[in-house]
Design a protein around this ligand. Structure first.
Ligand SMILES: Nc1ncnc2c1ncn2[C@@H]1O[C@H](COP(=O)(O)OP(=O)(O)O)[C@@H](O)[C@H]1O
Ligand SMILES: Cc1ncc(COP(=O)(O)O)c(N)n1
Ligand SMILES: [Mg+2]
Length: 583
């Protein structure tokens, strides 16, 4: 890639004798600017790139002079699969909203491989910066070389550069091993107001690093410091600052408006020496802005590494940052004034990815199992029946549909789920794992002849509830081993709801309970008339409730019928539930 870049430069730009002058005095023939803009070629680099026929005293122009499309990545020529690469040279933020951590996460979120060279280790949190431990310049250089000489980078992004030595040695390396893009975030002060790099580095940034940069991204205080202290507090002043910074050699300058006082619209100003772009965005009300600057710069680096040109890269990055800020506006991390940016919010839905099941055994207390033919007979939809059962006191609901086709079943499940969510009651789907996934139900209830529990668990993940019908302690133990959350055991009494269903009786139920390491709900012919017998004290500790079909849904008033069974079960719970483990 580097060879390609240099070849492209050498064919487009005349490496004429006018460059054959001492570095300190010569001016670039392309942009006409002074010595600080010269991009020196060292003898080492010449040895690496024999296709360039220039003498050691010749110089390439600065980044600013290059045609815009030189930076475009070429990802398609190599046989093996490639991933766009960004190397970030920056400080570590222990709070992980800014710095190296922000860069890695932002690049990762945008599909780019991010390598690192750490310039300083900071002790930082949402309150402020408690300490800075600088990494020696030669070791920063070692990290950069280790990356560039093996993995390579399409774009280098810099953040906190705490010393002149670090900046100078980085520039030396970048002159020797050019990359396609360089994004410089001139980090001086953290958003908490702590100094991360002193004014001593300003000259090195201006004279050495900026001329190599494709983009420099100061915030308002940084822009002001770079141009010598003049205030930058309005869009007009941002334009003036961008112009002055552009004179220092970078191809583009982005002055960021996050610190613009008192406006609802934040404007970032992008300037390439010819065109201005005022890029507006709404201010998002959130305390979580620690790391916005690092995030924006590394996102731009990532987009450039993918082959975007500058304006689309900046716009895409602003969009990403807006999504991050909006999605995490109310997130609470840390006790201080400024929360961190949460870059990987799309991956970090911890409730979904949690290894902890949402299942609460107490929810089995009054378990309503719908029956489509009964509801049809009584002229009500499944979701109406579900609402009535929940209002009568059902603590968990299962949709059991044996007649409808798949599309109808899904619709029924979706409307019922809305109702159940309104009341905060879990809703499971009988047998059909596909329906459960399609409507994002809380789980499934499986029979012995349905999809094996272990497979269901593998498909649904740890966050969903799985119940299994079991008639024996052996089945219950297997259900537990395979990852079920609870066992439904019965029929306790004879029932018409399920044909050819063997009745196991109260004795059979208790045997299952004693052999089951997981909670059990009793099912089969249970009503207000016999629920007390099922739940009678003393009872097994893991017998958590009763599941009811006909006594809820084959009734004129589902709510009233549910409430009637509920009062019986609750009465049983008043007995001291000392575990009874004897059989
Ligand atoms: N509250 C906010 N709502 C929306 N965008 C913001 C907010 N704060 C900062 N930004 C945006 O974040 C980016 C970084 O800006 P800024 O805060 O000025 O940088 P820094 O973090 O370096 O101080 C800019 O694009 C800016 O417009
Ligand atoms: C190590 C390190 N680097 C940079 C920043 C700037 O943070 P911000 O992006 O909020 O300006 C920081 N606070 N810490
Ligand atoms: Mg900043």
């Amino acid at each position: 890639m580097a060879v390609q870049l240099l070849q492209e430069v050498s064919t487009r730009l005349p490496l004429s004798t006018t460059h054959d002058k001492p570095l300190a005095k010569s001016a670039c023939t392309v942009c006409g600017l002074g010595s600080r803009n010269l991009y020196g070629i060292t003898p080492t680099r010449l040895r690496n790139f024999p296709s360039l026929t220039v003498s050691t005293s010749e110089y390439l122009p600065t980044r600013k002079c290059l045609p815009r499309d030189v930076i475009r990545a070429d990802m398609g020529t190599e046989e093996s699969r490639r991933i766009p690469r960004v190397l970030t040279v920056a400080g570590s933020d222990s709070g992980a909203g800014a710095g190296i951590q922000a860069d890695m996460k932002a690049c990762g979120a945008l599909g780019v491989y991010c390598t690192t060279a750490i310039t300083a280790v900071t002790a930082q949190n949402t309150v402020g910066v408690q300490g800075i431990h600088e990494v020696p310049a030669d070791f920063v250089a070692s990290q950069v070389k280790s990356v560039l000489l093996d993995i390579g980078a399409d774009v280098v992004k810099t953040g906190m550069l705490p010393s002149v030595e670090i900046i100078r040695s980085l520039c030396d390396i970048l002159r020797t091993y050019p990359v396609k893009g360089l994004v410089v975030d001139p980090v001086l002060i953290s958003t908490s107001g702590d100094e991360l790099a002193g004014p001593a580095i300003l000259d090195a940034l201006r004279d050495d690093l900026f001329p190599l940069a494709d983009l420099v991204t100061p915030n308002l205080p940084e822009a002001s410091a770079i141009i010598g202290g003049d205030p930058v507090t309005t869009v007009a002043e941002m334009r003036e600052a961008a112009e002055a910074i552009h004179q220092l050699g970078p191809r583009y300058v982005l002055v960021k408006g996050g610190h613009l006082p008192g406006t609802n619209t934040l404007i970032d100003v992008l300037y390439d020496g010819v065109e201005w772009h005022e890029l507006p965005g709404s201010r998002i009300e959130t305390r979580n802005t620690h790391g916005t600057g690092c995030t924006l710069a590394s996102s731009i680096a990532a987009e450039l590494a993918k082959g975007q040109s500058m304006l689309p890269a900046v716009l895409a990055s602003k969009r990403y940052l807006k999504d991050v800020l909006e999605e995490n506006a109310t997130l609470k991390i840390g006790e201080g004034k400024q929360g961190p940016v949460n870059h990987l919010f799309k991956l970090s839905d911890w409730e979904k990815s949690s290894t902890q099941s949402k299942f609460r055994p107490e929810s089995l207390l009054l378990y309503a199992v719908t029956d489509s033919s009964m509801n049809k007979t009584w002229g009500r939809s499944t979701s109406e029946a579900v609402r009535a059962a929940i209002e009568g006191g059902a603590t968990i609901v299962q949709i059991r549909e044996k007649e409808a086709d798949t599309g109808e079943f899904l619709q029924e499940a979706e409307t019922s789920l809305k109702v159940a969510r309104d009341y905060g009651i879990p809703l499971l789907i009988n047998d059909r794992i596909d329906i459960a996934i399609a409507c994002d139900a809380d789980g499934v209830h499986l029979g012995q002849s349905d999809l094996p529990v272990a497979r269901a668990r593998a498909i649904l993940g740890p966050g969903k509830i799985i119940g299994v019908s079991c008639k024996t302690p052996e089945q219950a133990e297997k259900a537990w081993k395979d990852g079920a959350d609870y066992v439904g055991s019965g029929g306790v009494y004879p029932t018409n709801t399920k044909k050819d269903n063997k009745t196991i009786g109260i004795e059979g139920l208790r045997e299952v309970c004693y052999g089951s390491p997981i909670p059990v709900v009793a099912i089969g012919g249970i009503s207000g008339a016999n629920a007390a017998e099922v739940m009678a004290y003393p009872r097994p500790e893991n017998l958590k409730g009763v599941a009811v079909v006909s006594a809820f849904f084959n009734q004129p008033d589902v709510k009233k019928a549910t409430a009637a069974v509920k009062s019986v079960v609750e009465e049983c719970l008043k007995d001291v539930s000392v575990p009874n483990t004897s059989s």
